[in-house]
Design a protein around this ligand. Structure first.
Ligand SMILES: C[S@@+](CC[C@H](N)C(=O)[O-])C[C@H]1O[C@@H](n2cnc3c(N)ncnc32)[C@H](O)[C@@H]1O
Length: 261
């Protein structure tokens, strides 16, 4: 049975209203031969970067694949309320996630794909002598971050308007990069990954990658907005980050930790 992608109005395109249906595979690469796209004039253009261009196998994806994974559409700023929904902390165990990061008070943290700053402002409390660089590519998200910063009078959150291929971080200057539910939307994951590696402090800098568990069909999120451990490890190895651990204490997501080689 094909999956009917019924969206909830507040789900910002993420949520599967009917999670019992079969989900389209998102990490099997573009269709080839007389498969799904046989009726269309299809061109597949592999190159050495790991990117391929082909029609989206999943309608929620863009026509671009990286190391076999289809990249998802960016969640628009219209979905901001979903990021701030009441009940999120319980659903996703966000307090536990922050504890698992084991931050030091002086750490410099980059929250990439920060959105409204759901995490940025909580992280700021953990690093009172450090700072949080809250990076996003949507000016509307940057405006929301600036508004919350002013309303809450928080000095150590610095909103940063990034580019799709560059988070504009200080070289060798970041202790922890946190990416929650955003990496699978990066349309230049290789360039972003390399820039992140350059930003991490050599030897000690860590990346914490949080993505919904692709291996778990009970997590009610569309397949394209999830990632498997194997895929995440493959993509991080490709840009020179060493796998440290995967933490599986969160209700719906993997927390994967990597270190700069
Ligand atoms: C689903 S939201 C998650 C927001 C936040 N991490 C959270 O969990 O509340 C994903 C965010 O990633 C941002 N994003 C997508 N591609 C990006 C990129 N290349 N660099 C920085 N942000 C990006 C989007 O604009 C969006 O705000």
């Amino acid at each position: 049975m094909k999956c009917f992608l019924l969206l909830t109005a507040v789900g910002a395109g993420y949520v599967l209203a009917n999670s019992s249906c079969t989900q389209l595979p998102a990490e099997t690469g573009p269709a080839t031969g007389a498969g799904r796209y046989a009726a269309t004039s299809r061109t597949t253009m592999p190159d050495t970067s790991g990117y391929e261009t082909a029609p989206p196998r999943d309608p929620n994806g863009i026509a671009r694949y990286y190391l076999g994974r289809q990249i998802a559409h960016v969640m628009g700023h219209e979905g901001a309320d979903w990021l701030e929904r009441s009940g999120r902390a319980k659903e996703e165990g966000t307090n536990l996630l922050i504890k698992e990061l084991k931050l030091k008070p002086t750490d410099v943290v980059a929250d990439i794909g920060a959105g409204t700053g759901f995490f940025s402002f909580q992280l700021a409390q953990q690093v009172p002598q450090g700072r949080v660089l809250a990076v996003d590519i949507q000016p509307e998200m940057i405006a929301a971050l600036n508004q919350t910063k002013a309303q809450r009078n928080v000095a150590n959150v610095q909103p940063v308007l990034g580019r799709v291929d560059d988070p504009r971080l200080p070289v060798d200057g970041v202790d922890l990069v946190l990416i929650v539910d955003a990496y699978h939307e990066f349309d230049h994951p290789r360039e972003m990954g390399r820039a992140i590696r350059r930003a991490l402090r050599p030897g000690t800098g860590r990346l914490a990658l949080v993505e919904y568990r692709a291996e778990d069909a009970d997590v009610p999120i569309k397949r394209i907005h999830k990632m498997s451990v194997a895929q995440a490890r493959k993509e991080m190895a490709a840009i020179g980050l060493d796998f440290v651990a995967v933490v599986e204490t969160l209700p719906q997501q993997h927390l994967l930790l990597f270190r700069r080689r």
